[in-house]
Unconditional design. Sequence first.
Length: 248
Amino acid sequence: MSKTLIVTGASRGIGAATARQAAAAGYAVCVNYRASAAEAEEVVHDIGNAGGTALAVQADMASEDDIVRLFETSDKELGALCGLVNNAGIVGPVARVDEIDRAALDEVLNVNVASVFLCSREAIRRLSTHHGGKGGAIVNVSSRASELGGPNEWVHYAASKGAIDTFTIGLAKEVAAEGIRVNAVNPGLIETEIHERAGVGDRLERLVTGVPMQRTGTADEVAATIIWLLSDAASYVSGALVPVGGGR
Ligand code: NAD
C-alpha cells in the first residue's frame, strides 16, 4: 500500500533532505518546488536511483490555487496521502521593524503562515477520520527564531514562526481525536542556502558561538527529526515543538 508524503519547498535545503530521507523510509514523495525545476528533478532522480518513488510538482505556496492543484496532482499521481511537511519558508529582507515595507511583510506572512494553514486544510480534508480518511501526520518547520525574536535582523520572520508554533499547538488539539498528529521542529543555525540568499552569508559563522554545542547543524539532522515525528515511533506525540538547535 502506498504511503504518500507531500513536502513543500523540497528542491533544496531541509526540504530536499526530508524528501530523500522520507523516500528511503518508504514514502512516495511529492517534491514541491516554486521555481527550481532542475533542483527538484535532481531530488526526484536521486530518489528514483535509490529505488524510491517521487514526483516533482511546481506550485507557489503563496497561491491558494497552486496549493489546491498540488494536492490534487499528488492524489492523482501518487495515491492516498498519509502526511505533510510544511517546510517552504522565506526570511524576507534583513530589516528592523521601523524599516519594513508592506509588500515584504505580506510575502513573508503569505509563504510562512497562510500557506501552512491552506496546505494543512487540504491535508486534513484527506486524512481526518471525520472526512473518511485514515489519519496521518503533519510536521511544520518552524524556527528557534520564534523564541529568540530575531531583533535587528528579521522580527517579521521570527513572528511568522511564532504563528506556526501557536498553529501547531491549536491544530494538534483540534484534530487529535481524528487520527492526525501535528508537530513542529524548531531548527537553530542550519547549513542551507537561506542565509546566503538573504545576503547574510557570514551569519552562521557570526552566531555559532551562541550555540551550546558550538557548531551549526545540517539539513539531514533536521530531516531525521521530521521523519521521526512523521513515523509510528512518535505515535503518542502531538502538539510538540521540538528544538533542533544544538542545545537550548
Ligand atoms: P532554503 O532557502 O534552502 O529552502 C527553502 C525552500 O522553500 C526552497 O526550496 C524554496 O524554493 C522554498 N520556497 C520558498 N518560497 C516558496 C514558495 N512561495 N513556494 C514554494 N516553495 C517555496 O532554506 P532552508 O533552510 O532549507 O529552509 C527550510 C525551512 O526551514 C524554512 O521554513 C525555514 O524558515 C526553516 N528554518 C531554517 C533554518 C536555517 O538555519 N536554515 C533555521 C530555522 C528554520
